[in-house]
Design a protein around this ligand. Structure first.
Ligand SMILES: O=C(O)CCC(=O)C(=O)O
Ligand SMILES: [Fe+2]
Length: 330
């Protein structure tokens, strides 16, 4: 195992984050993911074309331009086609998602797991709080965007990842890793972090509605962020940012004319609650019981298909703890 240096581990614990350059090789690690998503975009384009929502499938355009064209012309965004997760409500038997082999291989990438092992040890669970985020340029307008879709377009508001999971995982040692599939500059809406904010523990979050000062989604109010140092994290394809679950972070607006495309994954020691019980995780690495590791991409996809079936047939479980009527949100 190569893993992180002592100095990197110390920086992670002191600052609450760690940026690692060249963790991935763009040609061998990231290109297969992008190639796989070309196929997902193809499926979306064919579906929308069949429904008469777009005039062409725009097969000839490169990924970013094609996605923007399709989103604009259909008047909305379609993040659920691409995500390797499910929505927090309204799941049906037909809810699309993508849990393909290139995504699975990325979660199991040995250099990534070596870095995670340096932080939490060799018994590693892939926590199912995970996303691909494809953010279109903010200058594009989407005529029929619904409220719950607004967060998929603009900046991500300030939050701690502990703030978006359930209380049962408060003691879990969850590590977030965020990495762009293509270079993510400030213009593209890269992340920004508040160094050492993890020392403050979990702070109050508020659920937000459209038009709120901080945008949409569970967020930390601005007066709590004020007074913190804020460091933007422009990143090149291949680099990865590790954060604790208490590290305050947000993303910037995408003022470029390209999509911003990133993965965020989470890992915790095997046996600890993930904070999203309704979604399936898996053993990514186990030194003690290697036979429990999941190596089969199709089996992983099947876990998500089964989670979707169960969610479609039951009441929506609770995904977050915050009360919009609490004094902290007044
Ligand atoms: O990519 C973003 O805009 C936000 C990502 C994030 O909050 C996370 O990965 O935890
Ligand atoms: Fe986050």
């Amino acid at each position: 195992m190569s893993g992180l240096t002592e100095q990197q581990i110390e920086q992670f614990h002191t600052e609450g984050y760690l940026l690692v350059d060249d963790l991935f090789d763009p040609a061998t690690d990231l290109a297969p993911i992008l190639a796989e998503y070309e196929g997902v975009l193809d499926t979306l384009a064919n579906d929308l074309y069949a429904q008469g929502k777009i005039a062409s499938t725009y097969r000839e355009l490169p990924f970013s331009d094609r996605l923007i064209q399709i989103y604009e012309e259909s008047g909305t965004v379609h993040p659920q086609y691409f995500d390797f997760s499910l929505p927090q409500n309204g799941v049906t038997h037909e809810t699309p998602f993508w849990a393909g082999p290139a995504v699975f291989n990325t979660i199991r990438n040995p250099r990534l797991l070596d870095a995670i092992e340096s932080l939490i040890g060799p018994e590693i669970y892939s926590n199912p709080v995970q996303h691909i985020r494809i953010k279109p340029p903010e200058s594009k307008t989407f005529a029929s965007l619904k409220d719950h879709e607004v967060a998929q377009v603009g900046a991500t508001p300030w939050h701690q990842d502990q703030g978006v999971i359930t209380e049962e995982a408060d003691e879990s040692d969850i590590i977030t890793v965020w990495f762009p599939l293509r270079d993510a500059s400030e213009r593209h809406g890269c992340l920004a972090v508040a160094p050492r904010s993890h020392e403050e523990g979990l702070v109050p979050h508020c659920p937000a509605v459209r038009g709120n000062e901080s945008g949409v989604g569970v967020h930390i109010r601005q007066h709590i962020i004020d007074g913190h140092e804020v460091v933007p994290m422009p990143m090149q394809a291949g680099s990865a940012l590790f954060m604790t679950k208490e590290t305050m972070h947000c993303s910037l607006r995408n003022t470029s004319d390209e999509v911003r495309i990133s993965f965020d994954l989470r890992f915790n020691p095997i046996g600890q609650p993930t904070g999203r019980d309704a979604f399936p995780g898996f053993v990514a690495r186990s030194k003690e019981r290697p036979e429990t590791e999941l190596h089969d991409a199709e089996a992983w996809n099947a876990l998500w298909v089964e989670a979707r079936r169960a969610l479609a047939e039951q009441d929506t479980p609770k995904f977050n703890r915050w009360d919009p009527n609490s004094p902290a949100c007044a």
